[in-house]
Design a protein around this ligand. Structure first.
Ligand SMILES: C[S@@+](CC[C@H](N)C(=O)[O-])C[C@H]1O[C@@H](n2cnc3c(N)ncnc32)[C@H](O)[C@@H]1O
Length: 438
């Protein structure tokens, strides 16, 4: 058994030495990839968990299974002042990752060719661990999670993912075909890629496997064929298996990374008019049950991509249920991915030209219609580009700016302005465009 495991690990190492992943040109910068930056920003995950805004300065981030280092670069870009440590089984991948960070001027980064299971040998404790597209390759995911947990600070957060057996069913069937053909016995290379390409192209377009998985436009994309049809060690799981893994390692689920795409209610024609059985039972269902049902009804997601951490999350009151006293002491931050000079300039231009401000352009929350805010009310957000503000002072500054129509400073006008500010912040906080502390 142990020999089998080490043979598999060796096969995986050879595969990624031959074809480091992802194949992204060295010079490509993630600076305008807002959604990637948003999800790799520690502020996002910590806010989901604690409803607090953290400073990324001095934080220690691990990119476990860093591959060719593009996500390490995203982590470095999204978290100013943090130190990045990347590890990977494949020496060739580690070399590329190190070179990539150097090329983009990030000096506060180190890379090591070690296995996830060997993490404790680093003697470091991390604030955040990113283990993207790697856990499903480990022969023993529990051992991998335990190794990561052992180097996680008590309040640290792990972002990792597993493949969905349902969401990736077609690809697993394709892998079974190519295993049967003996293409995955060793470490697949050019010859095996060519056989996959020829086989898939030779099939009639209506053949199920081809219709579900193949994309002729990508037939020349070797990285895509390797990462799907010939991925040695790849396996899927179900939502109950994911939660069993968390229980086995005493880790607590925080949220799906693509949380907005996991809403069960989105699957129904009219969520306000559900069949009585569902109307009664769904609100009572646990997070695990709801996610499981989603994955069974609509296996849209290839990945169960999630954040987790040590147990002990404090309960918090949702902003929609805040009292007046909560609002009086509320402090408002813009999400760092929104606090750019471009976004500020765009907002100023919207105010000048009396056009709506499309705030969702900077952090795209998928499946959502664009969020455009009337520029008169959006103007209350302007001071946030200078730094965090109290909710009260946002309303005051807005009135004084003269953009708000009720320009007199009567108490009634102040109250109305504050109500409008609260309403807008409540709407935007759902998507973490603004972050509220009290
Ligand atoms: C699909 S790539 C993902 C790379 C990167 N995380 C990303 O998402 O762009 C998987 C990486 O995990 C590495 N890997 C696989 N098993 C590993 C292990 N046991 N320990 C460390 N790295 C491992 C592989 O060498 C490969 O570089």
């Amino acid at each position: 058994m142990e020999n089998q495991e080490s043979d598999l690990i060796e096969q995986i190492r050879q595969q990624f030495d031959y074809a480091p992943y992802p194949r992204i040109p060295l010079e490509q910068s993630p600076e305008s990839e807002y959604e990637l930056l948003y999800l790799h920003n520690l502020v996002t995950a910590y806010y989901f968990r604690n409803r607090k805004v953290i400073n990324t300065e001095g934080k220690l981030i691990l990119d476990a299974g860093c591959g060719s280092g593009y996500k390490s670069l995203v982590l470095a870009t999204a978290n100013p002042g943090a130190k990045i440590v990347g590890i990977d089984l494949s020496e060739q991948s580690v070399k590329l990752a190190r070179h990539r960070l150097e090329y983009h001027g990030f000096e506060n980064a180190e890379f090591y060719a070690i296995k996830i299971e060997e993490l404790p040998s680093l003697g470091l404790q991390f604030d955040y661990i990113n283990a993207d597209e790697v856990l499903y390759l480990l022969p023993d995911a529990v051992a991998g999670m335990q190794a990561m947990k052992s180097v996680l600070k008590p309040d640290g957060i792990i972002r990792t993912n597993l493949h969905s057996s349902n969401g990736r069913a077609g690809v697993f069937r394709a892998q079974a075909v190519f295993k049967t053909m003996g293409l995955m016995n060793g470490s697949p290379g050019e010859v095996e890629i060519e056989i996959v390409r020829e086989t898939m192209e030779a099939l009639q377009d209506e053949v199920g496997l081809k219709a579900f998985t193949w994309n002729s436009d990508r037939a020349q994309d070797e990285g895509w064929i390797m990462a799907n049809y010939l991925l040695v060690g790849d396996k899927g799981c179900t939502i109950p298996e994911l939660f069993a893994l968390l229980r086995a390692t005493d880790l607590e689920f925080i949220n799906m990374v693509a949380w907005r795409r996991w809403d069960l209610m989105d699957l129904f024609k009219d969520p306000d008019d559900l069949p009585p059985f569902l109307a009664m039972s769904l609100p009572e269902a646990s997070v695990e049950e709801q996610l499981h049902l989603f994955d069974l009804l609509h296996p849209l997601h290839r990945l169960f991509d999630f954040w987790c951490g040590n147990p002990g999350t404090q309960a918090f009151v949702p902003v929609a249920e805040w009292t007046e006293a909560d609002w009086q002491s509320a402090r408002v931050h813009l999400h760092p991915q929104l606090r750019t000079s471009q976004a500020r300039e765009d907002l100023s231009n919207c105010i000048a030209s009396d056009t709506p401000f499309e705030i969702s352009r900077y952090i795209i929350v998928p499946t959502l219609a664009p969020i455009a805010i009337d520029c008169t009310i959006a103007a209350c957000l302007l001071p946030l580009w200078d730094g965090p503000q109290s909710a009260v002072s946002l309303a005051e500054k807005w009135l004084q700016s003269g953009v708000e129509p009720a320009v007199n400073l009567e108490p009634a006008a102040q109250e109305t302005a504050f109500d409008q500010v609260k309403e807008l912040l409540t709407r935007l906080e759902v998507f973490l465009y603004v972050l509220l502390e009290h």
